[in-house]
Design a protein around this ligand. Structure first.
Ligand SMILES: Cc1cc2nc3c(=O)[nH]c(=O)nc-3n(C[C@H](O)[C@H](O)[C@H](O)COP(=O)(O)O)c2cc1C
Length: 199
């Protein structure tokens, strides 16, 4: 059976540099034999977590919107790709709101001690993180990485590897960095190889 991967794009720029690396990683995963569902998060119609806390005692979120189907899909997936630019030193708002809505998984795992993901499935699940920034600061990725790693633990799809490019204000076109483009493709392919079900 092919592994199922969900790929989240945090940039609203469909022809931008983040999207370019995103598409390379997706192509790598598909060439590796995985099924990939792409989600351009800024165009998904949903509200941020309103702290109703319905999920404290229930397996679902009371808010019903375009994010709702992803709760089930995130239970079933084997791998995750997240590609995003840095905005205001962290994860862009819409992608962060998407992550926050997975409080549903947090409550199951940490409050009720009953994760939606079995230990066997967790052992195979992995996340590839791709992130670019305009500036060239040493701590550019710290906030985004911390948020992403926390999210990966909440959904039991552990952080596996990353592709990072800073200084995009000067680089401008990611295609002038073929080693980064190649890394996105190869890591997408390797992610698929690692999460595939061998049956
Ligand atoms: C609203 C906004 C906030 C940003 N904040 C930061 C920042 O805090 N640090 C940084 O290094 N780059 C920042 N950037 C620059 C982006 O990370 C950079 O331009 C990136 O290449 C955008 O990729 P994209 O065109 O594929 O979306 C910001 C860009 C935008 C639009």
């Amino acid at each position: 059976m092919p592994g199922k991967i969900i790929a989240l794009l945090g940039s609203p720029v469909r022809g931008g540099n983040t999207a370019y690396l995103f598409n390379k990683a997706v192509k790598g995963a598909e060439d590796g034999g995985c099924e990939v569902e792409k989600v351009t998060v800024p165009f998904l119609n949903f509200q941020p977590c309103m702290e109703i806390l319905h999920c404290m005692a229930h397996e679902d979120c009371q808010m019903q919107d375009e994010l709702t189907p992803y709760y089930q899909k995130f239970r079933e997936m084997d791998g995750l790709i997240i590609a995003t630019p840095i905005m205001t030193m962290g994860i862009p708002g819409k992608l962060k709101s998407f992550m926050d809505r997975f409080q549903v998984f947090y409550m199951a795992k940490y409050m009720r001690n009953n994760s939606f993901i079995t230990p066997e499935h967790r052992a195979r699940r992995k996340t590839l993180f791709i992130c670019i920034s305009g500036m060239d600061l040493p701590d550019n990725f710290d906030g985004a990485l911390q948020t992403t790693q926390a999210f990966c633990e909440i959904i039991d799809c552990p952080y596996w590897d990353g592709v990072f490019q800073r200084d995009m204000d000067h680089v401008r076109d990611i295609r002038t960095r073929p080693e980064v483009v190649e890394a996105a493709y190869e890591k997408g392919k390797e992610l698929c190889r690692q999460v595939r079900r061998e049956d």
